[in-house]
Design a protein around this ligand. Structure first.
Ligand SMILES: C[S@@+](CC[C@H](N)C(=O)[O-])C[C@H]1O[C@@H](n2cnc3c(N)ncnc32)[C@H](O)[C@@H]1O
Length: 205
């Protein structure tokens, strides 16, 4: 929510995606339906040491920490986001995806990626673009995330990844398979313009 009025621990994810996408002066992505679905799945499935990649406002990470009493670390490329997450009490660092972390460091990794397919000619070049645009395919952040997340995941660890139908659901399933994970749908909700799913990924035996 662009006025920052979603209080810590509030389970209301805020305004709908379409409304939030219309906000053009925001610097940090504010909780919306996708955030709410990721939080719902993560509060249910998270365990051990938790990493939220692309933590944004820190709202999802703060809910996991509060409702499950777990240690949660957030990363974000956007320094304004890392600052806002820290104000929410989340240990947040400016980083590219999982890059700074050692191997096997986390039991749970969550990611609500930028996923809107965006024509290169229409990229608008600010922090909200980093929050929303998944490049031409919509999967330009999902691909490197899946390439590296297995490295930071401890044995038996779990990944929770939000996927939109706009991003190419079957294509994302192919990337998940290529990365060596099995998947199941943790939560899913349909909206007039897209279906959002949070997939739980477990390393294939
Ligand atoms: C869709 S928003 C999700 C924010 C928050 N997790 C939520 O669910 O409300 C995606 C977030 O990923 C961040 N991001 C984009 N590229 C990133 C990267 N390479 N590494 C880390 N974070 C990134 C954006 O700045 C943005 O905060």
């Amino acid at each position: 929510m662009s006025d920052g009025s979603v209080p810590d621990g509030d389970s209301d994810p805020g305004p709908d995606l379409a409304a939030r996408r219309g906000v053009d002066d925001a610097v940090v992505y504010q909780p919306a339906e996708d955030s709410g679905l990721l939080a719902e799945a993560a509060v249910e499935a998270a365990r051990g040491r938790v990493l939220e990649v692309g933590t944004g406002s820190g709202w999802v990470a703060a809910r996991i920490a509060a409702e499950r009493d777990l240690d949660v670390v957030g990363t974000d490329l956007n320094p304004h986001a890392a600052r806002e997450a820290r104000k929410r009490g989340v240990e947040a660092v400016v980083a590219d995806l999982c890059a700074p972390f050692r191997a096997d460091g986390f039991d749970t990794v969550c990611f609500n990626p930028p996923y809107l397919p965006t024509d290169p000619d229409n990229e608008w070049g600010d922090w909200m673009e980093h929050a929303l645009s998944g490049g031409e395919s919509g999967r330009e952040l999902i691909e490197p995330f899946l390439d590296d997340v297995g490295r930071v995941l401890a044995p038996g660890g779990v990944v929770l990844l939000l996927v939109s139908s706009l991003t190419g659901y079957e294509e994302v399933l192919g990337l998940i398979d290529d990365a060596g994970f099995d998947h199941e749908v943790a939560v899913e909700e349909s909206f007039p313009f897209e279906t959002l799913s949070v997939l739980r990924l477990d390393r294939r035996e």
